[in-house]
Write a protein that binds this ligand. Structure first.
Ligand code: G3H
Ligand code: 13P
Ligand code: ZN
Length: 312
């Protein structure tokens, strides 16, 4: 099946109480690891590309890699999504360049500017059958060199969501309920907490409307230990507990964004391989196990967090 937008994926996910994994892709091994797991488990998937990924790997290379995955994985719906599009121009570029879904991220702009630009993106995107995600509220963490510290992060105000969605016409909404970007989501000793009460209130104000969770990596401790054991330095890396994400996926959350866990799986595997095989220098030797580590991690996520196995 050809690349799809997120409309039908989210409709089904909402109705059946599961979420679609949205995984960031930056190179071939990442695309392959993710989609092999999804194909085997018959799980729909969103492959997302950030502005940084486009800068690193080039739009066309990434799009062609994803198109190759569509051919190799004929049984599953795959959407190609722009992650954190900071402007109308960037969103337009991706819509014109074959993406089937875009995020316009105006979360750091004043409310009215966010509304106006998201509306413009939705109007343009919908002409081409492309779905649009927007964001209200501010997550802590780092994305594309923008660093929002915990003090400047803000939970989404449920009082704004109806006005925002009605005026912009977007198809899904990312909200801030305590997740954050990166591998350091909570301080050691701090009890991880998600404001599922805010999610509940948002979904009461937007019945049937798909909600998105960014910053949703769980930072599996076996990867952190492996990184640290083989020469890395990631003390106190902590993520969102899997059971909290599962809870959110049973509610209105239809898309769960994961990037840091991919980075960790890959880095832990490469560090271990090179430490144990110091004479090897063929990249295929260390990238093959890294790709398998991604595949296993994604399979685990589909089964325990997302609940989307067999939903293709
Ligand atoms: O939310 C941000 C994603 O992890 C993408 O990160 O901008 O470094 O590619 P990046
Ligand atoms: P993580 O850093 O938790 O993986 O979040 C990724 C993300 O939100 C991409 O948009
Ligand atoms: Zn994000």
């Amino acid at each position: 099946m050809p690349l799809v937008n997120t409309k039908e994926m989210f409709k089904k996910a909402y109705a059946e109480g599961y979420a679609i994994g949205a995984f960031n892709v930056n190179n071939m091994e990442i695309v392959q690891g993710i989609t092999e797991a999804c194909q085997e488990l018959k799980a729909p998937v969103i492959l997302q590309v950030s502005a940084g990924a486009r800068k690193y790997a080039n739009h066309t290379y990434l799009r062609k890699l994803v198109e190759a995955a569509v051919i190799e994985c004929p049984d599953i719906p795959i959407a190609l999504h722009l992650d954190h599009g900071a402007s109308f121009e960037l969103c337009k570029d991706c819509i014109d360049g074959g993406f089937t879904s875009v995020m316009f991220d105006g979360s750091s702009k004043p409310y009215e500017e966010n509304v106006e630009e998201a509306r413009k993106v939705a109007e343009y995107a919908h002409k081409y059958g492309v779905t649009v995600e927007a964001e209200l509220g501010k997550l802590a963490g780092i994305e594309d060199d923008v660093n929002v510290d915990a003090e400047n992060a803000q939970f989404t105000d449920p009082g704004e969501v109806q006005d925002f969605v009605t005026r912009t016409g977007v198809d899904s909404l990312a909200i801030a309920i305590g997740t954050s970007h990166g591998a350091y989501k909570f301080k050691p000793g701090q009890k991880p907490k998600l404001r599922l009460d805010i999610l509940q209130e948002v979904s009461e104000r937007l019945p049937g409307f798909p909600i998105v969770l960014h910053g949703a990596s769980s930072v599996p401790q076996q990867f952190v230990q492996e990184v640290n054991q083989y020469g890395g330095q990631m003390p106190d890396a902590i993520g969102i507990p899997e059971e909290m994400l599962r809870e959110a996926a049973k509610m209105a959350v239809c898309k769960i964004n994961i990037d840091s866990d991919l980075r960790l799986a890959m880095t832990a595997s490469v560090r271990k391989y090179l430490a144990e095989n110091p004479s090897h220098f063929d990249p295929r030797q260390y990238l093959a196990p890294a790709r398998t580590a991604i595949k296993d991690m994604v399979a685990h996520k589909i089964q325990t967090v997302l609940g989307c196995a067999g939903k293709a």
